[in-house]
Design a protein around this ligand. Structure first.
Ligand SMILES: *Cc1c(COP(=O)(O)O)cnc(C)c1O
Length: 328
């Protein structure tokens, strides 16, 4: 085994994620496969739970007793952190941008149910969360606690390393099933998931192209963030990653009216997958990514290339919010 893989294996993990998550063929679309990280059982699942298995193990290694993190009230990451905190006996202080909504719904409701202590910054600016994370961490220390800050949205190099493990896992599943995807499609938010899959393709020589659909930032910015996270992740395990050898297409044409706002195409993709496959996509991430993949297939992008693998990163709690009602 190469030494970076040994160092990756040696990183502490909580062991909350039962792997491998299923790799399933689509029932209706030919040559489409789903990697079901949405089916991770702990904390309602999704890519954020996979990431936190490593991130929170690091917090425990450092003796933390309180996780401090934040994002918007629709955030899967905050809900997942609240769940993983309670599963591992830690407290969770969560910071949401904006003002408290009239109704506590979706992930916000779940985070409260999992026992997170919730604060609002009172400012609609997403970055307003960052200063309050620092403040809540200092407060925790002053009370004699030991805080561990997980950056807004969970975008950190250890999260990317958890997704690098997902690439190892997926390549083994593909080999066992005799599938060789030519394309891996995924949604991109903070970029840790893409960073891990990018790094994985580079280090493991996967021959697939990555089609990454940004749901919040312009493509160039999303690429830069993911590249930085991939580089930092590679540094942790002492790997030299030929990132430029990987074919990565980053799209920002599925964002619609903005991050967190449902789009018509996304809604259509959600309905199509629910009815044809009994697979629940979400209006903020995976619905938009699937809309992008379907549009590209309609343009004949995939026909000649072979199988596609859609990384299902979870997010279904957003279906149970007013914001998603127009999808019904
Ligand atoms: C956060 C999230 C993503 C994007 O992952 P990043 O690592 O933040 O880019 C995709 N899908 C779902 C459901 C998510 O919650």
């Amino acid at each position: 085994m190469n030494s970076w893989a040994q160092r990756l294996d040696a990183l502490p993990r909580l062991g909350l994620v039962e792997t491998p998550t299923p790799l399933e063929p689509s029932r209706r679309q030919s040559r489409l496969w789903f990697k079901r990280d949405d089916l991770i059982a702990a904390g309602f699942g999704g890519n954020k739970v996979r990431a936190l298995d490593l991130v929170v193990a690091d917090a425990r290694r450092l003796g933390a007793d309180t996780l401090v993190t934040g994002a918007g009230p629709l955030s899967n990451h905050v809900r997942a952190t609240a769940a993983v905190a309670s599963l591992s006996g830690l407290a969770c202080r969560a910071v949401y941008w904006g003002a408290p909504p009239q109704r506590v719904q979706g992930n916000h409701r779940l985070a409260a149910l999992f026992g997170a202590e919730i604060h609002f910054t009172g400012e609609s600016d997403r970055a307003s969360v960052d200063a309050v994370l620092e403040l809540k961490a200092r407060e925790t220390t002053a009370r004699g606690g030991a805080p561990y800050i997980i950056p807004r949205g969970g975008a950190c190099p250890l999260a990317a390393l958890a997704h690098l493990r997902a690439v190892q896992e997926t390549l083994a599943q593909c080999a066992a099933r005799g599938v060789a995807p030519a394309c891996v499609a995924m949604a991109v938010g903070g970029g840790a998931t893409l960073a891990g899959w990018w790094l994985g393709a580079a280090l493991l020589g996967a021959s697939w192209r990555i089609d990454a659909f940004s749901v919040s930032r312009p493509a160039a910015e999303a690429r830069m963030r993911a590249r930085r996270l991939a580089q930092e992740a590679a540094d942790i395990i002492g790997a030299r990653a030929p990132l430029d050898d990987v074919e990565l297409c980053l799209f920002d044409d599925v964002i619609g009216a903005g991050y967190g706002l449902p789009s018509q195409e996304g809604g259509q993709a959600i309905r199509e997958m629910a009815r044809a496959e009994s697979i629940l996509l979400d209006p903020i991430y995976t619905g938009k990514a699937m809309a992008g993949w379907l549009a590209r297939r309609a343009h004949g992008e995939h026909a000649a290339r072979g199988d596609s693998l859609f990384l299902h990163t979870g997010g279904a709690p957003a279906l149970f919010t007013d914001a998603a009602q127009e999808d019904a």
